[in-house]
Design a protein around this ligand. Structure first.
Ligand code: NAD
Ligand code: DAU
Length: 354
């Protein structure tokens, strides 16, 4: 094995955001050894990393972050300098169906990883870094105005956001109690390639392609702040290398959209690309029963990250959305693979009674 300047563990690297983070680190830092630990749940897919899987500075390890013995063995096998922790159950609707799965992975899994890292690193803790990737949903729901800052009190409202909020608190507990060097970031909604089609944008793209109903929850008036996934990966890179230990950073796109407006934008864009008469896809829009406890609006103030570390989003939403749609149109094999089998059962359970 060549000499590497750092060995970094990335958890959840086979998922949507994780795969973009792994790709960025493997290609930008050939001097680092990147170890991707992933349980390969329904959301994890090694096909997301086909282009870099043969890179000499990349290793994949299958494992579950809740498995104490497996995590201890992993930290004995590799001498990690840092952890970037993304592994999680990530879909709000699934957290409403099966909340305890979110407690297990997001709360117990994160605490287990913190404990394993601080035990393995006890002799040189100060040289290490545990970076926890979290969400803006921990802050709760905004009204029509205002933004989430790093000082906004936590007010999670779904089992998913409560489990992420809890994991954030455990990360800070390990910092204050055991002196583990940690950094946290809380990001808004991501979109881009390799996004599992249970989430709004890839689900709508897939349904438009297949001329299936487009299920908009409630009146479609809920607002999200969208960020291109590669910009999130760049922010994680910036924060991992330049962020201050013990700090948290908000990451956002300064890009608020009502759900219904995104669906109309996609319909118009895709009618053109698919050679359908204007208005064809919009006829598929179906307003369905609202999500329970549906947060009205998220909006991130990412001033700290911009002013202190110099990060800004690189893409305009329309440009990013067009790249995303093109990716799905040219990766129908990927979509077919992830929507076969279990996805069909999930889809039926989630949408047939709405
Ligand atoms: P994802 O669901 O696409 O991927 C999660 C990955 O974690 C999958 O590869 C899965 O196999 C793996 N995983 C799940 N349980 C595991 C376990 N017990 N052990 C090991 N691996 C496990 O999620 P994502 O959208 O890429 O989100 C990644 C992280 O970023 C999450 O922590 C999420 O909370 C956070 N986040 C997501 C968004 C977003 O818009 N998607 C925004 C902000 C923050
Ligand atoms: O804000 C960051 C969070 O964004 C991440 O932490 C989560 O992991 C990620 O899943 C995402 O959560 P949301 O609940 O905001 O994303 P989702 O794509 O599920 O939904 C976006 C909006 O679209 C939300 O208001 C619900 C609505 N929606 C969603 C689906 C799947 C619909 O109207 N119809 C749908 O079928």
């Amino acid at each position: 094995m060549p000499e590497y300047s750092k060995t970094i563990l990335i958890t959840g690297g086979a998922g949507f955001i994780g795969s973009h983070v792994v790709r960025l680190f493997v290609t930008k830092y050939p001097q680092y050894h990147i170890v991707n630990l992933d349980a390969l749940t329904y959301a994890g897919n090694l096909a997301n990393l086909k282009d870099i899987e043969a890179s000499p500075n990349y290793s994949f390890e299958r494992g579950d972050i809740t498995d104490e013995a497996r995590m201890t063995a992993l930290f004995a096998q590799y001498t990690f300098d840092g952890v970037i922790h993304l592994a999680a159950e990530s879909h709000v609707d699934r957290s409403i169906m099966d909340p305890l799965a979110f407690v297990r992975t997001n709360v117990l899994g994160t605490a287990n990883l913190l404990q394993t890292a601080s035990t393995a690193w006890k002799n040189n803790l100060q040289e290490k870094l545990f970076y926890h990737v979290s969400t803006d949903e921990v802050y709760g729901s905004l009204g029509d105005t205002g933004f989430f800052t790093e000082e906004t009190p936590y007010d999670p409202r779904s089992p998913y956001s409560a489990s992420k909020a809890s994991s954030d608190h455990f990360v800070m507990a390990w910092y204050h109690t055991y002196g583990l060097p940690v950094i946290l970031s809380n990001c808004s909604n991501n979109y881009g390639s390799n996004h599992f089609p249970e989430k709004l944008i890839p689900l709508m793209i897939n349904n438009i392609i297949n001329s299936k109903p487009l299920p908009v929850y409630g009146k479609g008036a809920n607002v999200r702040d969208w960020l291109y996934v590669e910009d999130h990966a760049r922010a994680i890179d910036t924060i991992f290398h330049k962020g201050k230990t013990g700090e948290k950073y908000n990451i956002g796109g300064f890009n608020e959209w009502k759900n219904i407006d995104i669906v109309y934008l996609l319909c118009g864009m895709m009618d053109k690309k698919l050679g359908r008469p204007a208005g064809t896809s919009a006829e598929l829009i179906t307003f369905v029963k609202d999500r329970a406890g549906h947060d009205l609006r998220y909006a991130i103030d990412a001033t700290r990250l911009n002013k202190e570390l110099g990060w800004t989003p690189s893409l305009q939403f329309e440009e990013g959305l067009e790249k995303t749609v093109d990716w799905y149109l040219s990766h129908q094999d990927w979509v077919r693979e992830v929507t076969s089998g279990d996805y069909q059962n999930y889809y039926k359970e989630q949408y047939s009674k709405r």
